[in-house]
Design a protein around this ligand. Structure first.
Ligand SMILES: [Zn+2]
Length: 212
C-alpha cells in the first residue's frame, strides 16, 4: 500500500468517525469517504454501538420548504454562505463547520434542533445541484430557502407571514420566542447585510467570529 493511500485511509477514517458521531447516515459516509461499505458499517457499529438505519435517504426538497424546517434550513444556508466567503473551508469540511455553528446557534438561543446532520448535508447537496435556492423576503429582507421554479418577486418569508398553525405547538412557540427575544427583526438570522450574511443575536455573531 502506498504512503498516500494509507494517509487517505486514515483521514477518511477520522472523517467517517466525526460524521457518525454527528449522526450521519451510511449514504453520507459512502459519498464523502473512500472507505468500503463493510468498513463503514463496522466503524458505525463501533462508534454508535448499533447498526445504522437501513434504506435510502427519504428526503425530497419539499420538506425544506415547510414552515419550521424552512426557518432552520435558511439559517443553515446563510451560515454556509458566510463560511464560503470567510474561510478556506470547502466540501464536507465546510458542511461540518456550518453544522457545528448551526448547533452552536441553537444551543445559545435554546432552540430545539430541526435539521439533523444528514438533512443539513442533503440541503447542501440540493443547493449545489440548484434544486433549491434562496429568495429575498420583501418583508424583512432576509434570504430564505425556496424552490427555483416558484415565482419570488413578492416573496414573503415564513417568519413575516406565519401560518396560523405554526404557533400552536409548544416547540414552535419556544423557537419563535427565542428567535424574537434575540432582538433581531422578524427575519432574524437572515437580514441582508452587505457583508454577506448576518446572524442576528450577538451570541451567534460572537460564535461565528470566534470560530471562523
Ligand atoms: Zn421575512
Amino acid at each position: 500500500m502506498s504512503k498516500k493511500s494509507l494517509l487517505t485511509e486514515m483521514r477518511d477514517t477520522q472523517l467517517a468517525i466525526e460524521l457518525i458521531e454527528l449522526g450521519a447516515r451510511p449514504q453520507v459516509l459512502e459519498t464523502e469517504t473512500t472507505l468500503s461499505r463493510e468498513r463503514l458499517l463496522k466503524l458505525y457499529k463501533e462508534v454508535k454501538g448499533v447498526s445504522p438505519p437501513k434504506g435510502m435517504l427519504p428526503f425530497s426538497t419539499d420538506w425544506f420548504l415547510t414552515w419550521l424546517p424552512n426557518v432552520h434550513s435558511s439559517l443553515f444556508i446563510n451560515i454556509r454562505r458566510y463560511i464560503a466567503k470567510n474561510s478556506d473551508c470547502e466540501g464536507i469540511e465546510a458542511v461540518l463547520k456550518t453544522y457545528r455553528l448551526y448547533k452552536e446557534y441553537l444551543h445559545t438561543n435554546q432552540i430545539d434542533e430541526v435539521l439533523s446532520f444528514t438533512r443539513a448535508w442533503t440541503l447542501n447537496r440540493f443547493f449545489e445541484n440548484r434544486m433549491l435556492e434562496t429568495a429575498v423576503c420583501s418583508g424583512c429582507g432576509g434570504h430564505f430557502v425556496v424552490h427555483p421554479d416558484d415565482l419570488h418577486s413578492q416573496y414573503v418569508c415564513g417568519l413575516c407571514n406565519k401560518p396560523a398553525r405554526a404557533g400552536k405547538t409548544r416547540k414552535a412557540k419556544a423557537a419563535e420566542g427565542s428567535l424574537q427575544s434575540s432582538g433581531a427583526p422578524a427575519g432574524l438570522p437572515f437580514t441582508g447585510e452587505p457583508a454577506g450574511m448576518a446572524l442576528a443575536g450577538s451570541e451567534a455573531r460572537t460564535a461565528l467570529t470566534a470560530t471562523v
